[in-house]
Structure formats: C-alpha cells, structure tokens
Design a protein around this ligand. Structure first.
Ligand SMILES: CC(=O)NCCS(=O)(=O)O
Length: 381
C-alpha cells in the first residue's frame, strides 16, 4: 500500500493454511488449496498472476436479472414490451430494468464472444465474472468463452441478494453455506469441475437481511480456509459498505483481500468515502458507462456521469489510495453491449483511461488500477 491507512482487521488464524493437520492426513481439500497458493484461479485452471494483464474486476458475461425487474409507468408499458431496436435505445438507457428482454444477457453469448475479442484487441487481458447463485451463473459458458477468446475469466462463488435466495438456501446453516462456497472454489460449480476463483459478488440489501448475514459469515469462513479474494455487492445506502465490512471482520474475514463494489451509487460524500476507505477494502467504481437520470432502485441517488467517476478516482489517488482502487463496467443488461449501441467491455480501455490521464492520474497509477491491484487481489494467499 502507498499511504492508504491501516487495515482494521487481521485475518483470523487459519490452521488449515498453516499446515496444522493431524499426522498422515492430507485430504483432497488441502491438496487443492496448496496448488492455488500464489496463483489466480481462472475457469481454465490456475495461472501465474503475471499472465492476467489489464483486468476488469466486475463484469457479467452471461446472467439473468429478472429478480430486479422494475415495472414501467403506465405510459411506458408499450415501449417496455417492444423488441430492442434503434428507436428505443435511449429509453432503455434511462429505464434498463423495465424491459424483460433487456434483463436476459444470457441470450447474447455470441455477441459477448465478439465483444471479448474486441476487448483483447483493445489491450484487455482478464475479466472477473461476478455472477453467483440466484442470477443464473453458467460456468460452462464461461469456460467456452475463455477458450474461444483467450481472455482470462475468473468465475464467482456464492450467493446474490436475498430476493434470489431459495427457501433451501434460507434454511442452511453458516457451516453448510461455507461448505458450498468452498466446494465451488476447490472442486467446481454448477455440477461441473470448473472452479471459481473469487467469492462473489455476494449480494446484500439494505438493511442487510438475516439470510444475507449468514452468507456473509460463510463468506468470511470460506475466505479464511482458502486465502481467496472476495467481492461484495452492498445495499443502496451510504452506511451499507461499512456494515458489511463489520460483519465480515467479526467473522474473521480478510478485508484487505475484499473488494467493495458499486461505490459510484452508494457513497457520495467525500468525508464518508475516506472514512470507509480506512477500513481497508479495495474500492471499486464499476458502473462506468452507466449514465441515467432516474435510478429506479433508489430515486434519492444521482447516478454520477463517467466524468464524475474519474474525478472520484483522482480524489482517491490524491488521498493515497492508488493501491486500493479497481474499476469495471458491471455489464448486466443487453443495452450495454456494443450490439445494442452500448459501450461494451472496452469502454474503460478506449475512453476512460485517456480521460484519467488528463485528470491527474498518471500512467503508473493507471497501471496499478488496471493491472497491479486486480492481480494482488486475485492471487490466493
Ligand atoms: C448485477 C448487479 O448487481 N449490478 C448492480 C446494479 S446496481 O444498480 O448498482 O445495484
């Protein structure tokens, strides 16, 4: 770290990672864990961290977002049900969650494949795919996309927000939830042998529900066993990120290896942002490309423009947090794909980086944000 303050918590002692096993016992779990130490786990297997290159730490390549459909006003009913075409693209940009069709990114694998090829040509190397249980993760598709495009893809383990928890999930103990997450990292997800390389995005609402609290504790316990990266989706309230960090800390989580997502729509006041930054997580601005007036999930929020996001990054850099910033687009609806007139996965590389360079962030700092910070976060202890 440069000067970004002290970390609020030390990771809990982890006998499993310190080799305190009963003599003669070296289980499949422990073998799998030792193979991961010092590596990044992609859907094609562990890689050396130096292979990643420029990394978007929060994207989706295939998912459904039906859980978060927002009914249109009576006057917008017809346009909301129309197929996506040129004449409704601006409406979709302002109302992305009010069209069922727009919420089915899972139907666009061919377009996503092409856009990953653009991303590579633009200088991109890796993508963290944050889809978890509840929004239709499909690691087999991720593996295919990684093979066909050469982009390193890291898949996410765990559970999205409470509204997507099944009744079975809600009844699970923290221990059971921990086992599921650990298994997705060490042995494979979605009934396959394709392994996740990060826990998250772990979904939380505001206020955080009881079921989400259990998942957060399980996340911290799994992270303690595995020494792996974690990424969190906070609720839409400025107090939400700190409340999540507190639960993770109390359960022994390693906050220095945790990304707090969506800060662009969550913390607006600079003083509050610096208070939160002191807690020691990575600070993620991940809605680059999203510019809308009425943010339906919280009308109190003024969604920032990309220029305002870049200003926030420059502010955090000036405050000494250049080693803790990560960025992405969090593409999760169809209208954000190039195919539908959107910005695609290369917007940051093509448009945001030049803007950063003219706003007081130098090339070395840009490289930290795009290459070094994601690499350190994603590397297993
Ligand atoms: C997929 C996902 O959780 N995206 C975040 C959307 S939000 O509007 O920033 O909560």
């Amino acid at each position: 770290m440069s000067s970004s303050g002290s970390y609020a918590v030390q990771p809990a002692t982890n006998p499993a990672r310190e080799g305190h096993f009963a003599p003669g016992i070296f289980s499949g779990h422990q073998k799998a864990m030792s193979a991961l130490s010092g590596k990044v786990q992609t859907v094609l297997g562990p890689v050396d961290p130096s292979q990643l290159g420029r990394t978007m730490t929060h994207e989706h390549l295939t998912m459904t977002f039906e859980c978060c459909y927002h009914a249109p006003t009576q006057g917008d009913k017809t346009i909301s049900e129309a197929p996506i075409e040129m004449k409704n693209l601006f409406w979709l940009k302002q109302n992305p969650y009010s069209s069922h069709e727009n919420l089915l990114l899972c139907q666009e694998t061919e377009a996503v494949r092409e856009e990953l090829l653009f991303y590579r040509r633009a200088g991109g190397g890796a993508i963290v795919e944050n889809t978890t249980a509840g929004i239709s993760r499909d690691v087999k598709i991720l593996k295919r996309l990684a093979k066909e495009t050469g982009v390193h893809i890291v898949a996410g383990a765990g559970f999205y927000v409470d509204v997507t928890h099944s009744s079975e999930t809600r009844k699970m103990t923290v221990e059971k939830l921990t086992d599921i997450i650990v298994n997705e990292v060490l042995h494979g997800a979605d009934g396959s042998d394709i392994k996740c390389g990060v826990i998250g995005e772990i979904g939380t609402s505001w206020p955080i529900t009881d079921s989400e609290k259990k998942v957060l504790k399980a996340t911290a316990h799994a992270q303690t066993q595995l020494g792996c990266p974690v990424i969190i989706h906070p609720g839409r309230n400025p107090a939400a990120p700190a409340a999540v960090v507190q639960i993770l800390q109390e359960a022994g989580g390693d906050i220095s290896k945790t990304v707090m997502s969506h800060l662009d729509r969550t913390i607006f006041d600079d003083g509050e942002l610096l208070e939160f930054a002191k807690m020691g997580s990575y600070l993620e601005y991940d809605l680059f490309g999203t510019e809308m007036l009425n943010y339906h999930y919280n009308l109190e929020v003024d969604m920032p423009s990309d220029s305002q996001r870049v200003k926030k990054l420059a502010f955090l850099v000036a405050e000494g947090y250049e080693d803790k910033i990560v960025i992405a687009h969090d593409i999760h609806t169809k209208n954000r794909l190039v195919k539908y007139g959107g910005h695609g996965y290369s917007h940051i590389l093509n448009n945001i980086v030049p803007k950063m360079l003219t706003r007081g962030i130098d090339q070395n700092q840009v490289d930290k944000i795009l290459i070094e910070n994601p690499k350190h976060w994603l590397t297993f202890n």
